[in-house]
Design a protein around this ligand. Sequence first.
Ligand code: NAD
Length: 479
Amino acid sequence: MLKNYVGGKWVEAGSQYSEKVYNPATGEVIAEVPLSSQADVHEAVEIAFEAFQEWREVPVPKRARILFKYQQLLVDHQDELAEIVTIENGKSFKEAQGEVQRGIENVEFAAGAPSLMMGEQLPSIADGLESGVYRYPIGVIGGITPFNFPMMVPCWMFPMAIATGNTFVLKPSEQTPLLANRLAELLEEAGLPQGVFNIVHGAKDVVNGLLDHKKVAAISFVGSQPVAEYVYKRGTDNLKRVQALSGAKNHSIVLRDANLEHATTQIVNAAFGSAGERCMAASVVAVEESVADEVISLLIQKANTIKIGNGLDDGVFLGPVIQEEHKQRTLGYIETGEREGAKLVRDGRNDEVVQQNGYYIGPTIFDEVTSEMKIWQDEIFAPVLSIARVKDLDSAVELTNQSRFANGACIFTNDGGAVRRFRETIDAGMLGVNIGVPAPMAFFPFSGWKDSFYGDLHANGKDGLAFYTRQKVVTSRWV
Ligand code: NAD
């Protein structure tokens, strides 16, 4: 049974309830995660609140120095961490290494807190009067994370939160809870004082405990749309700051002048990498009619070369989806697509590996998809790609903008004017030009729009810093 990490100690959860954690590549049980109670949350938040009183006073460069040490430890343990990610999540080892790298970059960015936290001054706002802005932490932060990035997403949150002087209570996904405990051990090794970073494992009760606790100042959430909406509403109802990064349905537009070889390689990567379980996965391609047949044939050809299997095995690109239930849900969507009249041009149910233990689905491609179809509208979060044939760029943008989600959108073209029109008219917060996954680096905000994000300040970049800090404006007269 996994333990919670509270006040620098590994403690048993107070609740009787627990869930099994599976290796999705084999279906084997690899751990048991406690479903902690609200009392467990209460204890962790009280301890984090106490730790905050001292941690906030630690000079910023001293806090940053612990993150420098932590960064080195993460680099030293990069492959070990990646292996844990592959075992609990199923993504390929190479993808997992990339994810760990992304997490490390967040730590590097947060270690710049001394410069990032600097305020601004105006020495003369009137005769003899001056004003300046100073930044301070806000208190205890609750972090609630999804299964698909057990390393990267927590690292969007706690490094910046603690670097700016807050303390943190993390509730990792109960489907992928193992990595978080290793992250805590390494934080301890880096010299983080007890109580600054805490973990309470569990599910809904822990989330509600964080959302309702008066001493939690802010909530960072990443997960699916219905839960993001719930967390945002309940958290703000309790007068907390909330940033809730939500579900997605990312669109790529391929114009006839694009380098189709390059575009289709990028799209196959973006659609089927991490088994389509990325919030920035390509799930719809709007392709100009005149090149549609060629694009589809290239996509099928490339999808056929993908090695499917256990992410720890050499050369595997496509691992399993997270759980049997998710596999069944995805198979249901494939049937729905057929029923809705979309044309199934590559059927991932026929790949041999689907019959093995583990939750495998091969790359699946639908042609002739329209915005009336569920497979166009819903986030399937699996290796299922929909192609919609469009007349031109404007109709591609019009189609894309019908989606309730607006995380990422990409265009493939060599036409600068088309890129500009795409940039100015598309409703999405993260755009890519001739790339498949336009996920921003740590120093830029992860900036979904519409139902892909609820809140004001996004994760990462200067938004992340602003979310975890509050300001004092001091106006002085010296006579
Ligand atoms: P999820 O919403 O099921 O779970 C996310 C977190 O919420 C978990 O910690 C879980 O325990 C908790 N939770 C689940 N149901 C709850 C409920 N009813 N009440 C309270 N808490 C609950 O999401 P997931 O399946 O783990 O992750 C996949 C989703 O996350 C996808 O929709 C994906 O697009 C999204 N995601 C978004 C981003 C982004 O940046 N926008 C990044 C990564 C993942």
